[in-house]
Ligand binder design. Structure first.
Ligand code: SAH
Length: 553
């Protein structure tokens, strides 16, 4: 018989802790002949800690456990924090193994319990004249929020309420006041707020408080708050059902719409990433403190086979990529690389990694990009880990988002790793700060690809001429003369300092100072060629200062 450890996330509410303990006891009594042993513990905030619960079961000779996360929906706790805590227990007790049960909801038992709590709040008033606001915990995980919407819908089906709308107490919309306002505008006269919560805690308290506040502002409404699901036989039996499922190895976890596995609009950055330390901005002061746990979890590489990472490689030197970008390169099967990406990084790739030179794709403004997009998707679909290595930051004139969209459209998981952009770094490597107290309080990065006056240009050159801050021109080698003339025509002083920085970060880096009205001539005479940036503004004059020598160039 497999023992059961019930894992709670913990709460600051003594009542909530007591309800958890009572449920564990209830499961124990109802389970005596089917389950070997039962313990319960928390991963944070409350006692007993999970480690004591597991330790007790191990002491009593159990090596194989079912670990059941006592959560209604799979979100951060169920997907990340609790497995991480269990992984630590496995390390602590060699030989220990566990099967992980799935979250409790949605389940008919919970729907029935919710309906009973709502009816109790109605105390005889009719369902047909009653609207329900089902309030979930709220998450940064869209799938978890969608589960609450599903529960709301299921609660509506066949029960005869006027309607059921989902809302959230934290992190997701609509908020409690927003959903109540929606119901009021729909013509609701009687509303029951039903918290979709197991036990007492800070957040259910807050639901009650916000409902009360709304009721006070709308005396015409009959607004009631239902009890929580709480410790009860039905919940204990559901826990035992989940235990039996896990023992059978029948875990029908729904991962089809999990943002950590598939690209969901607005959440592409989650794909293939570890479940991130979640910040609950509106939790009580002190908040959750999971940081230490997350450092131990997800030892697997963040880039799965079949996924693409668009990685910013920085301005050139191999050691100006981010740690995350470097880690992804280390696990890549295919690296699709730009001409401006740090070529030095390619030497460090694992043997056998396929390097695709994107600069060799067919020429032409969109043909080339289409070929790259197609290659990314094709390699990913072949089950490879694909890194798209770009110069600087992928989203600064890097067409990174086009590649992301192509992957999303093809259903390929994609993630983006920011990089150090040359727009800031080229100046810095030449000793120039793009901002400086009392000198420049703004900096603007502009593409010089299209000259002023070009019909397709989206740049307001006149405004840039009037501005006083730093202007950084990328892709401007061909157009700097026209750009300088336009800036002067709109008010920049002809003697504004400019610094051209070519091949920043590379062994051949050089920088050339000039006045704005002379930069085109100076640059042309010196043979300045791409890649180069032009830094325009008073900060450009700082380049002559000794910091240059200290930078090693
Ligand atoms: N995504 C890149 C920019 C791509 S546009 C980034 O964030 O840095 C290409 C332009 O970037 C070049 O024309 C040049 O203006 C600038 N650039 C890129 N690398 C550079 C380098 N090492 N030195 C100077 N300019 C650079």
């Amino acid at each position: 018989m497999t023992a059961l450890v019930i894992v709670g996330h913990g709460t600051r509410s003594a009542e909530g802790v007591a309800q958890f303990a009572a449920l564990v006891e209830r499961v124990r009594t109802r389970a005596s002949d089917t389950v070997g042993d039962v313990e319960g513990g928390f991963i944070e905030l409350s006692r007993p800690p999970l480690t004591d619960a597991v330790g007790a079961l191990v002491d009593r000779g159990h090596q194989a456990l079912v670990a059941l996360p006592l959560v209604l929906t799979a979100a951060g706790h169920g997907k990340g924090d609790i497995p991480a805590a269990l992984a630590r227990e496995e390390q602590r007790h060699p030989g220990l193994s566990y099967a992980y049960g799935r979250p409790l909801g949605p389940h008919p038992t919970l729907q029935t319990a919710l309906a009973e709590r709502i009816d109790a709040a109605l105390a005889g008033a009719d369902r047909a004249g009653t609207w329900v606001a089902l309030i979930g915990r709220g998450s940064t995980d869209p799938d978890a929020n969608a589960e609450v919407a599903k529960v709301a819908r299921l609660l509506w089906e066949g029960r005869g309420y006027a309607g059921v709308e989902p809302g959230f107490i934290s992190l997701a919309e609509p908020s409690v006041p927003a959903v109540l306002d929606r119901l009021r505008r729909l013509g609701a006269r009687r509303i029951v707020v039903a918290p979709y919560f197991l036990f007492a805690g800070v957040l259910p308290d807050r639901i009650r408080a916000q409902a009360r506040e709304f009721a006070a502002a709308h005396p015409e409404l009959d607004l009631r708050v239902a009890d929580l699901i709480g410790d009860c036989d039905a919940l204990a039996d559901l826990v035992l059902e989940r235990h039996a499922e896990a023992v059978r190895g029948d875990i029908r976890m729904n991962c089809d719409t999990c943002a950590y596995r598939v690209s969901m609009p607005g959440f592409v950055d989650k794909v293939g990433r570890p479940q991130t330390p979640h910040d609950h901005p509106d939790d009580p002061v002190g908040g959750h403190s999971h940081q230490h746990q997350h450092q131990h979890q997800h030892p697997e590489p963040a880039l799965r086979p079949g996924a693409v990472a668009i990685v910013g490689g920085g301005p050139g030197p191999a050691d100006l990529i981010t740690v995350r970008g470097r880690a992804l390169l280390e696990v890549a099967d295919v690296v699709v690389v730009d001409r401006l990406a740090p070529q030095g990084l390619l030497a460090g790739l694992r043997p056998g990694v396929r390097v695709v030179d994107a600069a060799k794709s067919p020429r032409g403004p969109s043909v080339g990009q289409d070929a790259i997009n197609t290659a990314l998707v094709r390699h990913a679909r072949a089950g490879r880990r694909v890194v798209r290595l770009k110069g600087g930051d992928p989203y600064v004139f890097g067409r990174g988002h086009e590649e992301v969209l192509a992957c999303v459209a093809a259903g390929v998981p994609v993630t983006v790793v920011p990089g150090v952009t040359s727009a800031v770094a080229a100046a810095a490597l030449a000793g120039v700060p793009v901002t400086h107290r009392a000198t420049a309080h703004e900096f603007t990065v502009v593409s010089g690809h299209l000259p002023p006056g070009h019909p397709d240009s989206l740049v307001d050159w006149a405004a840039l001429g009037r501005a006083r801050g730093t202007l950084v021109v990328l892709m401007g080698v061909e157009t700097i003369g026209a750009v300088a003339a336009e800036l002067i025509a709109h008010g920049r002083a002809p003697d504004t300092p400019v610094l051209a920085v070519q091949d920043a970060g590379h062994p051949g880096q050089r920088s050339l100072p000039a006045r704005l009205d002379e930069i085109a001539v100076v640059a042309a005479r010196a043979g300045v060629g791409p890649p180069a940036v032009f830094v325009v503004g008073p900060v450009a004059a700082f380049a002559a200062e000794p910091v240059l020598a200290a930078s090693g160039h």
